[in-house]
Design a protein around this ligand. Structure first.
Ligand code: FEO
Length: 393
């Protein structure tokens, strides 16, 4: 895919990665893009690069707009290698551009690449004149690494936000309005829940800073560009960072001989009867990030495990650390499961969730062997009670 004009003097020169399917545990079922942007004026700036193995395409895209040797400044908003491992190839092709990043970003780039580039640390609020337009640097740490910043083009009111507001989504279209904002927002949410949610206070700080300037375009480093209704994605970020819980529940279970699965389905029906939308995941057949995205800001999460050697069924136990990723500690939880001749899994699941700091409906529900009709009715009742408890203010 060749360069695409965002507005007068601003070009997308990134690379679409159609083959990506997973990113540090985050499902990327629709691929992704690594967005780099060229701002052309009397001076020329490149904002971010791409993954190193894709830098040839980045250079081709730059060359379709200008001779790469014309680049005066290479700006690194974020040092993670999906945006920085292609910097070396670009810098080599440019000659000796200045490499701008936050002081922390300069430190990271030096540590990672051990190259003697012409580094120029930039302060929060500092501006770089390109001639008739200028770029402002807005430090936005922990989105999602300590060195991250936004770059803001004052003339076009374009915010180059790096990972923030981005989504893993490979498309031929470059703009959100060509794809449908709701569709893009689903992918943005999944990205947020897995990679950004642990840093919600940083999100709120960055949103407050971004609100000090007019923003017409949000150009993230993954997925399509918001050139209309940017308030839609900033409002969504605000709601997510403010932990506005939604009337949804998630049931996550593992099952050896189907008894815990039957319990999960019956509990789901009870939860639904109290007005919560329910999603059910078999932990052995699901991608962790899909489950986490569904759990994020759900009022209620129910964990189910059969008892295995007196404890939690290993596939369920292996999933537990993923639950801590979004750090939405107000999510209410309870647990259930079947057992054979000795119980134990439910108590251990409950103890693990209490240790993680979640509000827990402590009694849980454990049933012996295959559930009877009465047992399934008990499950539905348990689901109703859990849902009513989750809906309490
Ligand atoms: Fe897209 Fe944090 O790198």
């Amino acid at each position: 895919m060749s360069a695409i004009s965002l507005s007068e003097g601003i070009w997308w020169v990134g690379v679409v990665d159609w083959g990506l399917r997973e990113f540090h545990g985050l499902s990327a079922e629709r691929g992704s893009s690594y967005n780099a942007y060229l701002v052309v004026d009397e001076k020329v700036a490149l904002i971010d690069a791409v993954r190193g193995d894709l830098s040839e395409t980045l250079l081709e895209n730059i060359a379709s707009v200008i001779d790469p040797s014309r680049i005066d400044y290479v700006i690194s908003n974020h040092a993670e290698p999906d945006h920085s491992s292609g910097l070396g190839a670009v810098i080599d092709a440019c000659g000796s551009p200045a490499v701008l990043a936050t002081p922390n970003g300069v430190k990271r780039l030096k540590e990672m690449y051990r190259r003697d580039w012409r580094f120029q640390p930039v302060g929060d609020g500092e501006e770089l004149s390109l001639g008739s337009r200028s770029l402002r640097f807005i430090h936005a740490p922990l989105l999602h690494w300590p060195e991250t910043m936004f770059t803001y083009d004052v003339l076009s009111a374009t915010l180059f936000s790096c990972d923030a507001f981005g989504a893993h989504l490979a498309t031929t279209e470059r703009f959100v309005d060509q794809l449908g904002a709701e569709t893009v927002l689903d992918f943005t949410r999944q990205y947020y829940a897995f990679l950004v949610a642990p840093f919600r206070k940083s999100v709120l700080s960055a949103l407050a800073k971004a609100a000090e300037v007019p923003v017409s375009v949000i150009a993230p480093s993954h997925g399509p560009v918001w050139r209309e209704n940017t308030g839609m994605v900033t409002s969504a970020y605000y709601d997510w960072a403010s932990l506005k819980y939604e009337d949804r529940a998630v049931i996550i279970y593992g099952s050896m001989w189907d008894s815990t699965r039957k319990m999960a389905y019956a509990i789901a029906e009870g939860v639904r009867q109290e007005g919560l939308e329910v999603r059910v995941f078999d932990v052995e057949k699901s991608v962790p990030s899909d489950i986490i995205s569904a759990c994020f800001l759900s009022r209620l999460t129910l964990l189910g495990s059969p008892t295995f050697v007196g404890g939690i069924y290993p596939p369920v136990e292996a999933f537990l650390p993923w639950l801590k990723v979004p750090r939405d500690s107000g999510r209410k939880m309870t647990c259930f499961g079947s057992y054979g001749w000795s119980s134990g899994a439910v108590k251990k699941l409950i103890a693990a969730q209490e240790a993680n700091g979640y509000p827990v409906m402590e009694e849980g529900l454990a049933l012996q062997f295959a559930p009877t009709a009465e047992g399934l009715a008990e499950c539905a009742d348990f689901g109703r009670r859990a849902a009513r408890w989750a809906l309490e203010k």
